[in-house]
Design a binder for this molecule. Structure first.
Ligand SMILES: Cc1ncc(COP(=O)(O)O)c(C=O)c1O
Length: 402
């Protein structure tokens, strides 16, 4: 019997294929697994771990029996998130009713789409996209509609391109700001134009702000929900994984309009009931003043890695026009004249540096690789020392071919 045909709905069967594009991820990973001394810049899970204060608070919660269900979110954490949103993001919400703590921002996106979508409803997102967004849309039987973006405009979507793709089935636009894979940091005027569009065309805006703390070169992260007129139109997704070095803790949040928060909480309850309670105590500590110096150092650490990486690429003959985001980003390899998949494999085999071809995140990733600065500076330095001659050879062979 064909169990897949009998039991797996057709719309889920092409789930994987759509998620990973044309890139053969298993093959690439197999090559990577056979290499020693690899600098793995293809992961979204950094070497850094949570602030000691967060660890202590979580362990203390476990030891003292603070281990019971807390449904919407631990009241202390909701309060701390409300304060953070007000002071850092200039977003005003009623923390007790409009914030929901989730198992990572992955669950946040999935809960939002499970709540909003009927089968066949469309959600716009960027190309290149964060593949988890596409997965969450597909899981809710929605249709992801891709809006092309370009490195030449630092990967910010053109609001006119977004508008051109709106149909009667469009419910919203989800975008990572700062971007993954792109490291785009949306300017105020772009955010305002998108919000105006949401009002004019009656759709929702869903910014994913997981990387909010990693913005460099004097730029600033702006939360769309802080703009005037955002209250009913913007659903903000956030999380502790990247900004607080807590990937495996599985904690995120949704700051939802008041008309949505109640039903969203019911859907989320059906998915997982609640996020882990000791972890939420840890998150309260991560947001506290006690942890602030630690996270300031984390910010500087990523800044150093980013500065070194960009300088090493320039020295190897591949200067980049840097996007302001600093944790992940896109590497322009167009000057090699070769497709992303091929360059990624050459970098892997010959330089022992792993970066995804950005085509894994949509067709507009062609000509780019996607990196994550998730390894210590020393590992990055070793990797770039191996990669520099590989880059030079590639650039020369391109000249020879022309
Ligand atoms: C843009 C973006 N959103 C959401 C997620 C999911 O993260 P988490 O569920 O750990 O919060 C990731 C993970 O890489 C991401 O890059």
């Amino acid at each position: 019997m064909n169990f897949t045909q009998r039991f797996i709905p057709a719309f889920r069967r092409d789930f994987k294929a759509r998620d990973s594009g044309s890139f053969d991820r298993p093959r690439y990973l197999k090559i990577a697994s056979e290499l020693k001394d690899l600098a793995s810049l293809n992961s979204g899970d950094p070497d850094l771990t949570a602030a000691p204060a967060a660890v202590e608070a979580a362990v203390d919660a476990l030891r003292t029996g603070k281990t019971h269900y807390v449904y919407r979110g631990l009241p202390e954490l909701l309060e701390a998130l409300g304060r953070k949103l007000a002071t850092e993001n200039h977003v005003t919400v009623d923390a007790r009713t409009q914030i929901i703590v989730t198992n990572g921002s992955a669950e946040a996106a999935t809960a939002v789409f499970q709540t909003l979508l009927e089968p066949g409803d469309e959600i716009l997102t960027t190309d290149p996209y964060y593949s988890g967004h596409v997965g969450s849309i597909l899981t809710a039987r929605g249709v992801p509609v891709l809006v092309p973006t370009s490195g030449d405009t630092l990967w910010e979507p053109d609001p006119a391109e977004v508008e051109a793709r709106i149909t009667p089935r469009t419910k919203g636009f989800i975008f990572a700001n700062p971007g993954n894979p792109s490291a785009a940091v949306y300017r105020r005027e772009t955010l305002q134009a998108l919000l105006d569009l949401a009002h004019r065309r009656n759709i929702l805006m869903i910014p994913d702000e997981l990387f909010e703390r990693y913005v460099y070169d004097g730029h600033r992260h702006i939360s769309m929900a802080s703009l005037p007129g955002a209250a009913d139109r913007v659903i903000t997704l956030g999380g502790f994984s990247k900004s607080y070095c807590m990937t495996g803790w599985r904690l995120g949040w949704i700051a939802a309009p008041s008309w949505l928060a109640g039903i969203l909480e019911q859907v989320r309850y059906a998915m997982s009931m609640a996020a882990g309670t000791p972890n939420q105590w840890g998150a309260v500590a991560a947001l506290s003043e006690a942890a602030a110096p630690y996270y300031a150092q984390v910010y500087r650490t990523y800044g150093e890695r980013r500065a070194f990486f960009l300088q090493a690429l320039a020295a190897a003959g591949l200067p980049q026009r840097a996007t302001p985001g600093g944790f992940v980003g896109m590497l322009d390899i167009r000057r090699t004249g070769r497709p992303s998949g091929e360059v990624a494999e050459i970098f892997l085999r010959e330089g022992r540096v792993a970066m995804w071809p950005a085509t894994a995140f949509g067709p507009h990733g062609e000509g780019w690789l996607r990196y994550g600065l998730v390894v210590p500076l020393d590992t990055l330095k070793e990797g770039m020392a191996r990669l520099a001659p590989v880059i030079r050879t590639l650039l020369r062979s391109d000249v020879t071919r022309v």
